[in-house]
Design a protein around this ligand. Structure first.
Ligand SMILES: *Cc1c(COP(=O)(O)O)cnc(C)c1O
Length: 459
């Protein structure tokens, strides 16, 4: 019997530890607490067996269990405060729904609904009929189909219109979107052959024309929404491709429904502006549209009908919660106050003075205001949209003597609710453009608490 085994005998019992950490368990279930304790004891048993350490103190195990339980408590999906200034932050859930859209989701979520039921006839109905009619109204397209995200929309379009055929695309548009969504891979996985034309910076109409044959399925245009090629460039607009007698598909990415030019965001076309130039278009429901995660396909009836009859649609359909949110958001576009009522659009278009007022209020709420300062920042739309749009914004920069910026950033992240900030020039910056008025109190409480407990000294 090795020496280690004698130490193993000293490992505490599961029940003893459970008693000791009862107050840490909070709302976690008994099952999870027990499993966590077992795992931590087991981990320490292995440490002894491997000779990494000889004896393990009960305190060590309690500390390990407490840390593991803290982690467990924060694992579920929950709200965070986005102080990054990135409005469509992909990792933080992209678009925030408007309060009206949230109310619509809540109503449908806990009860039965007319999801696929015709109330006039008592017969089976179609879930997306109404939302699709709103899309037709808002974009001027002949027909619309909704699926669960834009990647699915593209997949469904290519599977319906180009399976076993060639997809012609410019080399300047072979993009990768976040989450390893690479266009060449998507095209191939749909059973299409990729035909690249032109070069990274220049593609001409003749480059497309030369490659059109009877094996061509579609021409795909992709809005290079997450980067910009500048300098010696040329590309072919979707409408120029119409003469080639091949369906032109346009993946717009963002899905802007109202022009934002007067808010300083120029050059981003709206869906309605692009509809006349392509046969089928697709875009996300939760980027610039400001609704729920969805993929929206609009275009000519003849082609949209083919897409709608694809059996894959059943696997890609959206659920009722998404539909409730999307319908309500689309309805909001029918009113003149859409820009102030749809949360994402409000955040993009709100004047910088509003951000300044929030910053001043936040500083006012701090017990030690000495080195929290108001600075000019640049917010972004994010989500791979509008790479050139620089939204002037205001940040509260926090500068401390005894806390590195990294430590403060981590402490904010560890708060409940977590506050996600960024670090600029060695200071933690809280950008007000993505922070709500009603979140200022939680932020100030967190900073005041750090100041008090951890003797966070503002310089
Ligand atoms: C974001 C984006 C997609 C993917 O959209 P999801 O809704 O995330 O699936 C596809 N194409 C373009 C051009 C995009 O910008």
């Amino acid at each position: 019997m090795g020496e280690g085994n004698a130490y193993l005998k000293n490992l505490p019992r599961v029940d003893d530890i459970i008693l000791k950490i009862a107050s840490e368990a909070g709302t976690l279930s008994e099952t999870i607490v027990k499993r966590t304790v077992q795992e931590q004891i087991e981990k320490n048993r292995r440490r002894i067996q491997s000779g990494e350490c000889t004896s393990v103190m009960q305190e060590q195990i309690i500390a390990d269990v407490t840390a593991a339980l803290e982690h467990e408590k924060r694992r579920h999906l929950h709200g965070v405060i986005n102080a990054t200034g990135v409005i469509l932050h992909t990792n933080l859930g992209r678009s925030r729904l408007s309060p009206t859209a949230v109310a619509a989701v809540t109503k449908v979520a806990g009860g039965y609904s007319n999801l696929e039921y015709e109330l006039e006839t008592g017969e089976r109905g179609h879930r997306c009929d109404y939302a699709e009619s709103l899309l037709i109204q808002l974009t001027g397209a002949e027909a619309a189909v909704i699926v669960n995200n834009n990647a699915a929309a593209l997949l469904l379009i290519l599977d319906s219109l180009s399976k076993g055929k060639q997809v012609i695309i410019s080399r300047g548009e072979l993009v990768e979107i976040g989450g390893s969504f690479r266009l060449p891979d998507v095209i191939k996985s749909c059973g299409c052959e990729l035909v690249e034309v032109g070069t990274t910076n220049k593609t001409k109409l003749s480059d497309y024309a030369e490659r059109v044959t009877e094996r061509t399925g579609v021409i795909l245009k992709v809005h290079t929404s997450n980067y910009k090629i500048v300098g010696f460039t040329q590309d072919v607009a979707a409408d120029e491709l119409n003469g080639l007698d091949v369906p032109v598909i346009y993946d717009m990415g963002g899905g802007l429904l109202v022009p934002l030019d007067e808010y300083g965001i120029r050059g981003e076309p709206t869906v309605a502006q692009c509809v006349p130039h392509a046969d089928v278009l697709c875009f996300s429901g939760d980027k610039l549209l400001g609704g729920a995660q969805a993929g929206i396909i609009v275009g000519r009836s003849k082609l949209v009908d083919i897409i709608r009859s694809n059996a894959l649609l059943r696997a890609l359909r959206i659920d009722k919660l998404t539909l409730a949110a999307l319908e309500k958001t689309l309805e909001q576009y029918l009113f003149p106050d859409a820009l102030s009522k749809i949360t994402t659009l409000r955040m993009i278009t709100e004047p910088v003075e509003t951000q300044k007022a929030k910053a001043e209020r936040l500083i006012n709420l701090l017990t030690d205001k000495s080195n929290a300062s108001i600075i000019d920042t640049t917010a972004q739309t994010g989500g791979g949209t509008l790479p050139e749009a620089k939204l002037p914004s205001i940040g509260v920069s926090i500068n401390c003597e005894n806390f590195s910026a990294n430590a403060l950033e981590a402490a904010l992240r560890g708060n409940c609710p977590p506050i996600i900030a960024r670090i600029t020039n060695d200071c933690v910056v809280l950008d007000m453009r993505t922070v709500d008025e009603n979140e200022l109190e939680a932020i100030s409480e967190c900073l005041n608490c750090l100041h008090e407990k951890s003797h966070l000294k503002f310089r």
